[in-house]
Ligand binder design. Structure first.
Ligand SMILES: C[S@@+](CC[C@H](N)C(=O)[O-])C[C@H]1O[C@@H](n2cnc3c(N)ncnc32)[C@H](O)[C@@H]1O
Length: 410
């Protein structure tokens, strides 16, 4: 066991074990001497944790110097600024509970700290940086937008920007949504697909904002060989999107008019269904499964089918007599059962908030990834049956589609 020693800085007192104290001492010295470049906390203790890594950067804000923590979660990044004393306590806590490693980059040194699993042993390694880094204290280090505004024809044609590349009134949320969507798709899907050739179907593509954004980003920024087909039953939207796609020279982005269920597609890598109303999401998920999609991404809305089916006669009835609570429960059941059905079919699923409710109330996203590991289908199907029984649900529409196809999940 290492010795415990009392660490003091300004009015802050921390008890830190000996090797860690060298690390914290170097961190504080670098901050005091304006030589702190960045710190990275990594190697998560629980591999299933959603928090993958934390970057710490120096920033100057209105109230003075702060350490800006960027928490990198599976689907999003969250930034929080802390005063030095708070930051040290936070780092110590992160190393005790979440991560095993920390790397400190100063102008003159790289200090690496490795904690053992049980935190009983701590190693430290110090080396010199190959290049002298530059410190950037600019708080407005803006998050790089994935879709740029200038000279972007499809953004202009879809009325998101003016011809000068200025976002139009009432379109700021749309632009934010586009960038957030790309961030999520990149982190949860694209980074996990090794193939450079991507075949994507966007079911219920509507006006095409997110379809154009994904194509533009994958093809032109990430340089992926991408083919996207938007399926939409409103003829005028299909015609408009095809015209814009042609004008923009997006040769592998096409829109076809038709219903999701009757559309023919196969060998899909990614099936996307964003705000395809009610059971249209089930049709899209079903078609995704049938076409062998490695990833299925759905942001469902208007979960009416399950709401109508719910017939609760047990003690939950006294809660669900309130319309709004029944509606929310229906949303949870519809999407929760969708995720479970996908799991029963061998997909690994994640359900999370897509974009905060201030931008859209339809903010749940399901990302399902085909899983190579063995699935305990029987247990999941029993689980689905129990849930349906509690809420008096006869059948979920996705199940109906699958069982009609002899691909029974019930
Ligand atoms: C709410 S919009 C969403 C558009 C786009 N995905 C987005 O998130 O910006 C849903 C679109 O799906 C289309 N849609 C709904 N059900 C459909 C179906 N069964 N087949 C084809 N298109 C459908 C509607 O016409 C509408 O344009």
């Amino acid at each position: 066991m290492n010795d415990i020693f009392i660490f003091e800085h300004n009015n802050m007192i921390m008890q830190i074990n000996d090797k860690k104290s060298i690390f914290f001492d170097k961190l504080l010295t670098a901050i005091d001497d304006n030589e702190f470049v960045k710190q990275v906390i990594s190697n998560k203790r629980n591999k299933k944790s959603d928090l993958n890594k934390v970057d710490i950067l120096p920033v100057k804000i209105k109230n003075g110097f702060r350490l800006s923590f960027i928490f990198h979660y599976e689907t999003k990044d969250i930034t929080k600024n802390y005063k030095t004393e708070e930051a040290l306590a936070k780092i110590d806590n992160l190393l005790k509970t979440e991560f095993q490693n920390a790397e400190l980059f100063t102008v003159n040194e790289i200090v690496r700290l490795y904690c053992s699993k049980n935190s009983n042993s701590v190693k430290i390694k110090i080396s010199e940086p190959v290049l002298k880094p530059v410190i950037n204290l600019n708080h407005d280090r803006k998050k790089q937008k994935r879709i740029l505004l200038k000279n972007n024809l499809w953004l202009q044609e879809l009325d998101v920007t003016t011809s000068e590349g200025v976002i139009k009134k009432n379109m700021h949320d749309k632009y934010r949504q586009i960038n957030k969507y790309l961030e999520i798709i990149e982190n949860t899907v694209i980074k996990k697909i090794s193939s450079d050739r991507l075949k994507i179907v966007d079911a219920g593509s509507g006006k095409g904002y997110l379809t154009f954004a994904l194509y533009d980003y994958l093809k032109n920024s990430l340089k992926k060989d991408t083919e996207i087909t938007g399926i939409e039953f409103r003829r005028e939207l299909v015609d408009k999107c095809n015209k814009i796609s042609e004008k923009a020279g997006f040769n592998d982005l096409n829109f076809i008019q038709g219903t999701i269920i009757d559309s023919e597609f196969s060998d899909t890598d990614i099936l996307i269904a964003l705000h395809a109303c009610d059971t249209a999401t089930d049709e899209a998920v079903y078609k995704g499964i049938k076409s062998g999609a490695q990833f299925i991404v759905a942001a469902p809305c208007c979960q009416k089918q399950i709401r109508k089916e719910m017939n609760v006669t047990n003690s939950m009835a006294s809660i669900l007599k309130h319309g709004i609570l029944k509606e929310r429960q229906a949303v949870i059941l519809t999407d929760g059962l969708r995720a479970l059905i996908l799991e029963a079919l061998g997909y690994k699923t994640k359900v999370f908030e897509f974009i905060s409710t201030e931008h859209t109330p339809k903010n749940i996203m399901i990302v399902a990834e085909k899983n190579a590991e063995k699935t305990d289908t029987k247990r999941i199907l029993n689980n689905i049956s129990e849930i349906k029984k509690i809420f008096g649900i006869e059948s979920h529409y996705l199940e109906k589609l699958l069982s009609a196809d002899k691909n029974r999940v019930t």
